[in-house]
Design a binder for this molecule. Structure first.
Ligand SMILES: Nc1ncnc2c1ncn2[C@@H]1O[C@H](COP(=O)(O)OP(=O)(O)OP(=O)(O)O)[C@@H](O)[C@H]1O
Ligand SMILES: [Mg+2]
Length: 352
C-alpha cells in the first residue's frame, strides 16, 4: 500500500474498530508492550514502531489512533519507500499548480490530509536525506509549505513512524539524520518477531481460524497435535502476516475436521544462514561440506569414543556462545525448539 486515508464517520470505521479490538497480544512480553501502547496512545507523543515485516506495525499504529483523542479525525498511512525521491515530497507536502512540469493542478499532501488526525509514516528509513531535512522542519514548525508556494499552512498532526530497518545503524552510516531520529524516537515501540513471543502463536491461530472459517463458510477444524508442534516450532520469518496466510490456505485445503501438518504447507524449517540452509546452494558451502566429511572420516578412522555426543556438544555449545547465551537465538540457529535446546544444555551441564 502506498497511501491510505480514513476519515470518520466512514464505513471503514466499523471494520477499523473490529480490527483494533482484535489485536492479539497474549504472550507476557506482548502484554507488557500493549500496556505501554495503551498508556502512550492518548498522548500527543510521536510513536516510533520498529519491527520486522509482518509484525503488526500498521495495526498497532491504527490501534494507537483509535485510542487517541484524534480518533474522530483522519488516519493517513503512507509508505515512504513506495515513491521516488522526487515524488515523495509532493506526496507528503502537496504542490501548487505550475510548481513543476506536469503540475497542471494543485494537490493536497498527506500532512494536510491527516490534519486533525494521525499520519503514519511507514518505512521512514527510506526517506531521502533531502526530504528528511524538510520533514524535521515541518515537525518543528508545525506547518507545511506546498511545493511551488510560499504560504505556510499550519498543521495539527500526530506522527507515528515505522521501520523494519535498523534506524540506529542508518544514523551511524549517515543515511538517516540524527536530529530527525531523536525527534521521532520519543516513544519507541519495539514489536518483537513472532518467534520471540511464542505465547502469541496459538491465540493468533485461533483468531485467524475464526476469521477465515467465517469467510470461507467452513467448519472449525481441530488442530492435530503435530500441527500445534509445527506451528510453535516454525520460525515464522514473515511473522504474523505469514501465519495469517498459512491459516487461510490451510483452511482452504483441509479436508474434514482435522487440520494436519501437511495442510500448513510450510517449508521445511531450516532457519536462515544455518549450515544446512547453505548445502548445495553455492560452491563455498559445498567445499565446507567436503571438509566436514573429511574430518568425520578422520574421526571414524581414529575411532573416537562417543563421537556423536562430542559433536553434538560442540555444536550446541558453539551455537549458544555464538548467540551470546540467548536461548531463542541459539535454538533458531540449530533449527530446534527452545525446549529441546534447554534439555541439551542441561544434559551438557551448561544450565541447571
Ligand atoms: N497482534 C495482532 N493481532 C491480530 N492480527 C495481527 C496482529 N499483528 C498483526 N496482525 C495482522 O497481521 C497482518 C500484518 O500486519 P501489519 O500489516 O500491521 O504488519 P506490518 O508490520 O505493517 O508489516 P510490513 O512491515 O510488511 O508492512 C495484518 O493482516 C494484521 O491484521
Ligand atoms: Mg506495514
Amino acid at each position: 500500500m502506498t497511501g491510505t486515508l480514513l476519515t470518520f464517520p466512514d464505513p471503514q470505521q466499523i471494520s477499523l474498530s473490529i480490527r483494533a479490538s482484535a489485536l492479539i497480544f497474549a504472550d507476557p512480553e506482548s502484554q507488557k508492550l500493549l500496556s505501554l501502547i495503551e498508556r502512550v496512545a492518548p498522548s500527543e507523543a510521536t510513536a516510533y514502531i520498529k519491527g520486522e515485516t509482518g509484525t503488526g506495525k500498521e495495526l498497532v499504529a491504527r490501534h494507537i489512533h483509535s485510542l487517541s483523542p484524534r480518533r474522530k479525525g483522519p488516519f493517513a498511512a503512507i509508505n515512504c519507500g513506495a515513491f521516488s525521491e522526487t515524488l515523495v515530497e509532493s506526496e507528503l507536502f502537496g504542490y501548487e499548480r505550475g510548481a513543476f512540469t506536469g503540475a497542471v493542478g494543485s494537490k493536497t499532501g498527506w500532512f494536510e490530509s491527516a490534519n486533525g488526525g494521525t499520519l503514519f509514516l511507514d518505512e521512514i528509513g527510506d526517506l531521502p536525506l533531502s526530504t528528511q531535512v524538510k520533514l524535521l522542519r515541518v515537525l518543528q514548525e508545525r506547518e507545511i509549505v506546498r511545493i511551488g508556494s510560499r504560504k505556510p499552512t499550519p498543521i495539527d498532526v500526530r506522527l507515528i513512524a515505522a521501520t523494519n530497518v535498523n534506524l540506529e545503524e542508518a544514523v551511524k552510516a549517515g543515511r538517516f539524520r540524527e536530529d530527525l531520529y531523536y525527534r521521532i524516537n520519543v516513544v519507541p515501540i519495539p514489536l518483537a518477531p513472532l518467534r520471540e513471543r511464542p505465547g502469541d502463536i496459538l491465540p493468533l491461530v485461533e483468531h485467524f481460524i475464526s476469521i477465515y472459517k467465517g469467510r470461507l463458510h467452513t467448519k472449525e477444524p481441530e488442530l492435530h497435535s503435530d500441527t500445534i508442534r509445527l506451528l510453535l516450532e516454525y520460525p515464522w520469518p514473515g511473522n504474523i502476516r505469514e501465519l495469517e496466510n498459512t491459516i487461510h490456505r490451510a483452511l482452504l485445503v483441509c479436508d474434514g475436521n482435522i487440520l494436519r501438518p501437511t495442510n500448513l504447507n510450510l517449508p521445511i524449517t531450516l532457519p536462515k544462514n544455518t549450515f544446512q540452509d547453505c548445502l548445495g546452494s553455492n560452491d563455498q558451502a559445498s567445499e565446507d561440506l567436503c571438509m566436514l566429511e573429511k574430518l568425520f572420516e578422520q574421526f571414524f578412522e581414529q575411532g573416537h569414543d562417543e563421537l556423536h555426543e562430542l559433536v553434538q556438544k560442540k555444536l550446541v555449545l558453539q551455537a549458544y556462545d555464538h548467540s551470546r547465551q540467548n536461548q531463542v537465538q541459539a535454538a533458531k540457529l540449530l533449527g530446534i525448539s527452545r525446549n529441546v535446546l534447554r534439555t541439551q544444555l542441561k544434559h551438557f551441564g551448561v544450565i541447571d
